[in-house]
Each structure stands twice: as C-alpha cells, then as structure tokens.
Design a protein around this ligand. Structure first.
Ligand SMILES: C[S@@+](CC[C@H](N)C(=O)[O-])C[C@H]1O[C@@H](n2cnc3c(N)ncnc32)[C@H](O)[C@@H]1O
Length: 359
C-alpha cells in the first residue's frame, strides 16, 4: 500500500481496522436489498413460524425458485442474520434475530429501518440538488413511500413504550386520559401514535393533524381497521394553525424538528392548550454536541436528518432546519420561545427523548 500512498505514513493497525469497518459497512449497505427481499417474500416469517429448513424446503414453502433462495440464504448466514447447520443443511432464524426481522411486536423490530435506508437512497437525487440550491424537498415530494417507511420505523417504539411508560411519565396526564380528555396529535403522519392512545383511553377524544393529505388518508384507514374511529379522527392541518382549543394534551411524535417554524408551532400549540394542559414532545435521542452524538444511533439519525428532516424543514416557511440531532438544549429554546415556562425530560429510550412542556 505504501507505493500508492503519499503524505504522512499510514498507521498499519488503524488502516486495517478501518478497512474492516468499511467491509462491514458495505455488507450492511448490501443488506438493504437482501433484507427487504426476505421481508417481502416472507422468508423470515416462514423460518420464524416453521423452524429450521433446507433451501429446498423453504423454497417450496415460500413458493420461490430454490437457486435464487439458496444464494440469499447463504448471504444471510454469512451476515449472521440466519444460522446454518452444515450437518443437516438447514437454515434457521435464532430468537434474537427474530426480534429484529420477524416479530412485529418486538421493541427492536427493525424492518422499518431497512425501508427507511432504501427511502434515503431513493431520495438522493432530490437532496443532492438541494445541497446546491439550499432549498428544501417538501415532505409530499420525497421519493418512494418515505411516509410508509417512517411510520413502520417508529411504530415498534410507540407500541412498546407510549402507553406503558411515556404517558405515565407525564404529570397527571394518565388520570385525565382515563377520565376523558381532549388530545391533539400534531404531525401525526400515519397515525400509529394516535391509534394506540385512542385504543388505550376510550373515554378520551383524539384528533390527529398532519399537513400531508396522503398520510391523513392512511391514518384514517388505520383508525378504521383498529376500531377506534369513534374516538379518533384525522384532519389535514398545519402545526401552526390547526383548529381547536382547550386541549388537555397535545403530542408531537418525531416531527417538531421537521417543521419549518418549530417556535411558531410551539406558540400555536401553547394557545390551543387549556391553562393546565401538557405538551408531550417525543424527539430523536441526541446529546447537545456533535461529540455526544458520535455513536451508532447518532450516525443513523444524522443520515436521516440530512436526507429527510433538513429538506422537509427547508421546504417550509422560516426553514429553521433544527435537524434530527437538535439535542435537548436547542429544543428547549424553541419550546420556551413558544411560551412554555416549564420544560423537563420526562423519560427516554436509547432512540427517543420525551419532553414535557407546560405553560
Ligand atoms: C418523521 S414524520 C413523523 C410522523 C409521525 N408522528 C410518526 O411518528 O410516525 C414527521 C411528520 O411531520 C409532518 N409535518 C412536518 N411539518 C409539519 C407542519 N409544519 N405541520 C404539520 N405537519 C408537519 C410530516 O408530514 C410528517 O408526517
């Protein structure tokens, strides 16, 4: 290598370690297509439900070509996504891997993450052009079904934490929800958060607002299929001027940093609340500095932020572009600008921080 390298001498150990990282990263990138095919063709689910199988057995069960499948299975075994037993020529999905690939109720079901990575790739031409122009890419103009990928990515976290831990971490909110409260879920997207809350608290009334009409249509369909249409409805609306007053609770799930004018949204939310109301802000987990975010979660969130969050915010008025790694200090500034005097971190997971803001 020294014959092609100029400048300071290479540290051989660091160089080899970095090549190792790159091989691993390229393997991860190649998994986007491989894992999504395994999902779409039902291979993980088949192995999850039926146990170890040879390539012949799985091909028959999943009704696919055995030769293609054998190559896919070999890649999955080499990736440590499946295990291979040479004696019986069978492939299996270990329980730990099943939590990621097959069990949709698991808190670490990551198929939505793979969909999201595919959506980032699809978005590249539009975002690349935005680097030059400095303009945004509107949420509704993003490539592929970014909205579906985002909804699928966040759902496991909401399913496993929202009703059980996040809402109880807020001061007095669960009691109000049990008795019957008025709730607005602003920037609700496909409405999974709204539907989960509506199911858990049938005496409360929920309204989801989002400025993207396609997402509102999806949210309505989710409400219908989950039998919560009587206490959850969805309307197209901007965070800065949705109608309605006297809400006991306003929620914003992973969307405040996507808004063009988050401080303007905060001010509108403030005046839509009852005097003793609560604003729950769920945001991606982040420290306040780049150094604090130099970890695997920060790495993924900076990528999503570059490809989705910044372009979305830049496409709107003000274009504050907080970014998905804004951090609590920057978020507090925005929330306080909107007229909230009490802000605290109510709870957190490795992926999200949950802030409680009160007037
Ligand atoms: C990352 S998605 C999160 C969606 C949903 N809350 C969830 O957690 O799955 C951000 C959402 O914010 C919405 N959004 C962005 N800016 C908005 C604005 N100014 N007013 C209303 N909705 C907005 C987008 O349409 C999108 O649905």
């Amino acid at each position: 290598m020294s014959s092609v390298q100029s400048g300071p001498a290479l540290d051989e150990a660091k160089f080899n370690a970095f090549i190792g990282q790159m091989l691993s990263d390229l393997g991860g990138a190649s998994s986007i297509a491989m894992v999504r095919m395994g999902d779409a063709l039902g291979f993980y689910k088949e192995l999850y439900e039926k146990g170890p199988m040879t390539s012949d057995e799985l091909a028959k069960s999943a009704r696919v070509d055995e030769r293609y499948l054998r190559e896919w299975l070999s890649n999955q075994a080499a990736s440590n996504y499946l295990t291979y037993d040479a004696a019986s020529s069978t492939f299996s999905l270990p329980p730990e891997q099943a939590m990621i690939f097959a069990n949709e109720e698991s808190p670490v079901y990551m198929m939505g993450g793979f969909d999201l990575m595919a959506a980032l790739l699809d978005n590249q031409p539009k975002v690349q052009a935005a680097f030059k122009s400095g303009k945004g890419v509107a949420w509704g103009d993003q490539a592929g079904c970014m909205f579906c990928a985002v909804a699928r990515f966040f759902r496991p976290g909401y399913l496993n934490h929202l009703v059980g831990t996040w809402l109880p971490a807020l001061d007095g909110v669960v009691d109000k929800l049990k008795r019957g409260a008025r709730v607005a879920d602003v920037g609700c997207g496909h409405g999974w958060s709204t539907v989960l809350m509506a199911k858990a608290f049938p005496k409360s009334q929920f309204i989801g607002y989002d400025f993207h009409p396609g997402s509102i249509e999806n949210a309505r369909a989710h409400a219908e299929s989950h039998g919560v249409s009587s206490n959850a409805r969805f309307e197209v609306g901007l965070a800065k001027d949705y109608p309605g007053k006297d809400f006991d609770l306003v929620t914003c799930f992973d969307c405040l940093h996507d808004m063009g004018d988050p401080a303007g949204a905060a001010a509108h939310i403030r005046q839509s609340l009852k005097p003793d109301g609560t604003w729950m802000i769920v945001e991606p987990m982040a420290g306040d500095t780049l150094q604090q975010n130099m970890n695997p979660v920060g790495r993924l969130y900076y990528a999503a932020s570059t490809m989705i969050c910044l372009p979305t915010s830049r496409s709107q008025e003000v274009g504050a572009a907080l970014g998905a790694q804004a951090g609590e200090a920057r978020l507090r500034e925005v929330i306080e600008k909107g007229g909230f005097s009490k802000v605290r971190r109510a709870t957190e997971t490795p992926f999200n921080m949950i802030l409680e803001a009160r007037p």
